[in-house]
Design a protein around this ligand. Structure first.
Ligand code: ADP
Ligand code: MG
Length: 367
């Protein structure tokens, strides 16, 4: 790979503090950006061609204008081609470029390496091509690349977090209006930390189960005569009106989860960081019992973290594997991590990986 010298850009992965499966029900989410980032070293080339390599992949992929149609580039480089395609479709003249990528975000663990990749590339192309695409409009464009070009039906949270997050804050995002607000989340200042545990549990049935949950929510909203489950204001009445137990459970999760996001935001605005713990744990119970998207590894991690003194803990991400987060006293990170590792060993699970997640800033030029 020749030296790529025009500049270096980076965009972070994220964890969702609370608000799971609320995005496609037009509700609320509260992610924050990780200190782990995907780096895109990039330089302009003088023809409309794009060349991409990645430390996480063996192949180097090239594509030209003829591949700028959904599905035109398959595999991992499709995330890059998708960004070029989405910019092109929105009328921007995208410069040809060479990219070398490197990710600190674990790939495929639910920490959004895909959005980190998209947003690093998008930021680089906007700077290199001097494209007049306002930062607040970038998440939508990156989401379109992932939805339409790559073909993954993800919500707007990941790209919003990777682009817009601020150091020391969580991002309160209304998935209906796309209005965002930076909520102070200075963990270190409060002597606290968020421990993220990558359970390394194999993802099971993720796509199919996601589609079924989404469909059940849409059907329930139709039955209740509301545009989306976000609009359910009388939970007891809604539960009476629904004909089957499965929809009742799914609706109860979405409605209570939206409220938990609002309650979390209210506590954080008051600087009561440790007091969000019970909301995190209640969110986990709701995902386990009502939304039925947890697996033994994530339940074990949550229970072990709570038993080791965490203020609260929950699975984060779409479910069926992935990561758990725990709110803890900062000095307890090692002990809580060890307790989870021991619990995994006792159950015969693959050893997990833990790290402390400091709320960090969004996509930026590094040099
Ligand atoms: P997550 O976003 O939770 O990490 P996804 O399945 O949404 O998981 O995205 C992972 C996919 O994104 C990978 O399979 C790969 O195609 C692509 N990807 C992410 N990061 C990189 C990278 N640094 N280099 C190449 N491809 C990457
Ligand atoms: Mg992803």
């Amino acid at each position: 790979m020749p030296t790529i010298s025009d500049g270096l850009w980076a965009a972070p992965g994220r964890v969702n503090l609370i608000g799971e499966h609320t995005d496609y029900n037009e509700g609320y989410v509260l992610p924050f950006a990780l200190p782990l980032r995907t780096y895109a070293s990039a330089s302009i080339v003088d023809s409309p061609q794009w060349m991409v390599s990645s430390e996480q992949q063996d192949d180097v992929v090239s594509f030209g204008p003829e591949q700028l149609t959904p599905g035109g580039v398959q595999g991992w480089a499709g995330y890059v081609a998708g960004i070029v395609w989405a910019l092109h479709e929105s009328g921007y003249e995208v410069p040809g470029a060479r990219f070398a990528l490197r990710s600190e975000v674990p790939v495929g663990s639910g920490l959004s390496s895909s959005a980190a990749l998209e947003c690093a590339v998008l930021t680089a192309l906007c700077d290199l091509g001097d494209l007049d695409l306002p930062v607040p409009d970038r998440p939508k464009l990156a989401q379109r690349a992932e939805n339409r070009y790559v073909g993954v039906p993800s919500g707007i949270m990941d790209q919003s977090a990777s682009t817009l997050c601020r150091e020391g804050h969580a991002l309160f995002l209304d998935c209906r209006t796309l209005v965002t607000e930076h909520i102070p989340f200075d963990l270190a200042g409060a002597g606290l930390a968020i421990l993220v545990v990558d359970t390394r549990a194999p993802h099971r049935h993720t796509d199919g189960e996601y589609a079924v949950r989404r469909h059940t929510c849409e059907q329930a909203a139709a039955t209740l005569g509301v545009p989306a489950l976000r609009d359910v204001t009388d939970l007891a009445g809604a539960l009476k009106a629904l004909p089957d137990e499965v929809s009742r459970k799914r609706v109860r999760h979405i409605v209570t989860e939206n409220q938990r996001v609002l309650d979390t935001v209210a506590l954080l605005r008051d600087g009561k960081l440790a007091e969000i713990g019970p909301l995190l744990t209640a969110s986990h119970a709701s995902m386990r019992d009502d939304y039925e998207i947890t697996v033994p590894e994530v339940d074990t991690a949550v229970e072990a973290a709570l038993a080791a003194g965490a203020y609260g803990a929950r699975m984060t991400g779409g479910g069926f594997g992935g990561c758990v987060l725990a709110l803890i006293d900062a000095p307890a990170a090692g002990a809580v991590g060890d307790a989870v590792t021991r619990a995994f060993a006792d159950n015969g699970f693959t050893a997990p990986a833990s790290f402390v997640a400091v709320p960090s800033g969004g996509a930026t030029r590094v040099s």
